[in-house]
Design a protein around this ligand. Sequence first.
Ligand code: HCA
Ligand code: CU
Length: 393
Amino acid sequence: MTDPNHYADMYNAYEKTPKKIHILDSTLREGEQHPGVSFTNKQRIQIAWMLDYFGVDQIEISPVVSPDHREATKTIIQQGLRADIVSHGRALREDIDTSLSCDAKWVAAYLGISDIHLKDKLRITKDEALERAVDTVTYAKDHGLKIRFTVEDGSRAEPEFLLKLCRAIEEAGVDRISLPDTVGIMRPIGMYNFVKKIRSEIKTPLDVHVHNDIGFALANAFSACDAGVDQIHTTIDGIGERTGIPALAEVAVALTYLFKSPNDFRLDMLADLSRLIEQYTTIKPYDSKPIVGSSAYKHKAGTHLAAILNNPAAYEPIPPRVVGNRRKIVFGELAGKTGASYLMSLLGISKDPETAKSVAAGLKNLRMGDVLEIPLEDRLERKIIKDEKKGEK
Ligand code: HCA
Ligand code: CU
């Protein structure tokens, strides 16, 4: 049989030599802007290590928010991780100085450039903003730093001014530009047009940073990739200001399976990364959260169970083992004959179609909804476990 995803892959039309898309994880910066989230320095260091081991390309943290954060930034930079540590702050010399005091090699500077941010937040003119942007980039370059510049609220900024500013910082030697949809107002085609406009004139590598206010963040991030960005910002579980940004798990899985972007992510850490954040924040991801949610690999309806017991790929895009999650089947009023007969075989009751039917009817009569959930490994997994047990003997 061909790969069950073969025709879907055809529609997804990934390129013959797919582009490498990088991940910047901002759990330690954007993530800490989520209400109720504040990590200890020990936790920050552990999270950085785990993200690095997982395989993200850049890890963002802000040393300017508190002395504690400055300490954490310094320590994480000292660890010599494989990922770049990006020290985030405002587009001001003093924030670059703070990053320098942490021995940062990479910095990020943000400046609101939409009319509303210029007028009602920063109270500066367009010319002053331009000057500040160029000054910040020049200052960072003069100090031997790599710098990403964020045109905050860029999706709502006047396009000609946005381009003018991008040209000016490119001229000043900026290494990356982050294009954010700060208030999550874009739809995928809009994001595509926005990025395309910049891409057609600017050669500097681009990041995409998109908020999820209306639920389009993940889709917008990938539209931006189609239009030419090569790095997506994520956080574990998508935590961040308000409704957050794309979740690391969803981005990493989509890059691997839907974009075929070459990478060496350890996807099997995804469920554990989510649990770690849950433990440190007490924010539990909702059950149906893609990839890491507790229901992401549960199967319930009788027709689904019948198929899953034969071949889980019938109702799963990728196996749970790949992302560190577990498959479970739910027995109850929807289990049907196949579900009932499987349950009987598990209980050691010899099954015949008639009894299975009565058990299925009995499960309905109980009127208890879902009665029982059990983990279900696929055949390959069972074989691996068996082989491992053999090896132990
Ligand atoms: C912020 C704004 C920001 C910056 C994004 C970036 C946004 O909270 O500082 O630096 O790429 O959403 O615009 O998170
Ligand atoms: Cu943001």
